[in-house]
Design a protein around this ligand. Structure first.
Ligand SMILES: Cc1cc2nc3c(=O)[nH]c(=O)nc-3n(C[C@H](O)[C@H](O)[C@H](O)COP(=O)(O)OP(=O)(O)OC[C@H]3O[C@@H](n4cnc5c(N)ncnc54)[C@H](O)[C@@H]3O)c2cc1C
Ligand SMILES: NC(=O)c1ccc[n+]([C@@H]2O[C@H](COP(=O)([O-])OP(=O)(O)OC[C@H]3O[C@@H](n4cnc5c(N)ncnc54)[C@H](O)[C@@H]3O)[C@@H](O)[C@H]2O)c1
Length: 460
């Protein structure tokens, strides 16, 4: 078997890896992109992650005509068409670069510089000067008796592509995946129950925010059970039964399907990292330094596989760091990341950046909190125009410096607004400057004129 040699081999068609492969390919470097599945060209985000879930959110929020199962079916079909188109574009993006080769097969390290790629009976070996591991993460299915054996078990990947609308959907885990699917499927018409072992839903958020968000979800029909210790899952006639302990009592819940949404773990199984001499952390992530080099200096790890945070935009930023190492000045590092925002795409979206009020107070900072319910913001007619007046905006501001310490926006358009707040924070724009900026009208941004002009609801 002849070895094929490349300047760069990328294992996994993730966000950071494909961007790096394209950038170096355009510079004339010989690059191989190894992806285990043709159904995953473009990676998790466009095929089974961000894009299909947000397509379903959009369709759930804007239902067309027909019965609930028909509307759901149309949404799934539209989503499939969208992801297929993006998959094709992603493949073409690399395939049309002369020096880039896309190899479809599962990669395993044979030694620090050699990777074996297998697709059925076909096997080939590639060697490279630089190797980038970009294999992403896979759902964690908790070791709950009966769960893995249940024929009604779904992961997020299965649920995105499900042909029928579950009448009763049980969701294990109330994190990003759990909340987004709960919101979406409740709007499609499923009876949704979210069970979480944590003592409260959305533990990352301040209590008032978690309460407002869960209030909105409850209003959409979602039931929540927190502090639930799930002890067993078993298939029953026409469904599945979940047994859990709550406050010393045993309860059962019957559902048609059960979604495992209890986290995602780095995808390192079968990669042969030990043969490459690449160390992993105790959480199973590939260990990297701030330049994303592994314990082998010519091997980098980017995206979810290096321990996260598990967001597409972090994988993209990982690309910037590695590109800077390979063809730049070698200065950019994970330490440059000040203020990473996030959005949970419930309806309306919940977005946050920086410190919560609780974190700011715990740090002993001089805090003032300015917040307003969306329905009460006179200077935000957009919310009334689009008919989405639920939620609130909350800013945590340093009373002495006037710098924004954090913001939580539970509102229409918050997935856009939070990026402006993040930019302001990164560049030390004060709360007063953000308040007194000239914004277009009618927009959601102009709400900042008002919310940041209201008297503090609390100080510390
Ligand atoms: C349901 C869901 C919704 C999400 N929504 C959002 C969102 O709205 N916003 C957001 O920012 N993030 C979201 N995420 C997270 C986001 O999708 C991930 O953080 C991101 O896609 C990770 O990209 P990556 O670069 O690590 O690699 P990935 O895109 O995960 O790509 C890894 C690739 O490696 C391949 N691979 C794995 N092992 C091998 C091997 N041995 N050989 C060859 N190929 C291999 C896989 O098939 C895969 O294509 C969501 C995730 C999920 C599951
Ligand atoms: N909008 C977005 O940016 C977005 C959307 C979806 C996913 N993601 C990424 O994907 C990752 C995975 O998402 P996720 O929601 O699966 O994980 P998560 O870590 O956000 O939430 C997991 C939840 O499961 C609960 N849990 C864990 N074990 C349990 C058990 N045995 N029984 C009941 N509950 C249990 C936890 O308390 C937690 O609330 C996220 O960390 C995020 O980075 C991002």
């Amino acid at each position: 078997m002849d070895d094929m040699h490349f300047d760069l081999v990328v294992i996994g068609f993730g966000k950071g890896g494909k961007t790096l492969a394209a950038a170096l390919g355009r510079l004339g470097k010989r690059v191989a992109m190894i992806e285990q599945s043709a159904a995953m060209y473009g990676g998790t985000c466009i095929n089974i992650g961000c894009v299909p879930t947000k397509s379903l959110v959009h369709h759930a929020e804007h239902p067309g005509a027909g019965t609930a199962p028909e509307r759901h079916r149309k949404a799934v079909e539209a989503t499939r068409a969208l992801t297929a188109a993006l998959r094709g574009k992603n493949f073409a993006m690399l395939d049309t670069i002369d020096t880039v080769t896309v190899i479809t097969g599962k990669a395993t390290f044979l030694d620090p510089k050699t990777v074996r790629v297998a697709a059925g009976e076909d096997v080939l070996r590639v060697t490279a000067d630089t190797i980038v591991i970009n294999t992403g993460a896979v759902p964690t299915v908790a070791a709950i008796p009966g769960l893995r054996e249940s024929t009604r078990l779904l992961t997020s990947t299965d649920l995105i592509d499900l042909d029928h609308l579950p009448k009763r959907l049980a969701i294990l885990g109330g994190g990003y995946v759990g909340v987004e699917f709960a919101s979406t499927y409740a709007q499609f018409g499923s009876a949704v129950t979210v069970l979480d072992s944590a003592s409260r839903i959305m533990p990352r958020e301040d209590e008032d925010i978690a309460e407002a968000a869960t209030g909105i979800l409850r209003g959409a029909g979602v039931e929540f059970v927190s502090d639930a210790q799930i002890t067993g899952v078993r298939d029953i006639d026409n469904g599945v039964e979940i047994t859990y302990e709550l406050a010393g009592e045993t309860h059962t819940l019957a559902a048609d399907e059960v979604l495992a949404a209890t986290g995602r773990k780095p995808a390192t199984e079968g990669l042969g990292l030990d043969r490459a001499g690449v160390r992993t952390t105790e959480n199973g992530a590939v260990e990297v330094d701030e330049f994303l080099r592994t314990s082998q200096p010519h091997i980098f790890a980017i995206g979810d596989v290096n321990g996260g945070p598990q967001f597409t935009y972090i994988s993209l930023d990982d690309y910037r760091i590695v590109a800077d190492q390979l063809v730049g000045v070698g200065k950019r590092s994970t330490k440059d990341r000040r203020f990473v925002p996030y959005t949970v795409f419930m309806s309306p979206a919940l977005s946050r950046v920086g410190l919560t009020e609780r974190q700011a107070v715990e740090r002993g900072l001089p805090v003032k909190v300015q917040e307003k319910a969306i329905a009460d913001i006179a200077a935000m007619p957009r919310s009334k125009i689009v008919g989405e007046t639920r939620g609130l905006m909350k800013f945590v501001v340093d009373r002495e410096t006037d710098l924004i310490l954090g913001a939580t926006l539970l509102s229409v358009d918050s997935q856009e607004l939070i990026n402006l707040v993040t930019l302001a924070m990164r560049h030390d724009v004060t709360a007063t400057e953000l308040r007194d900026s000239v914004y277009t009208h009618p927009s959601s941004t102009e709400a900042f004129n008002e919310v940041l002009g209201t008297p503090p609801v609390r100080t510390a």
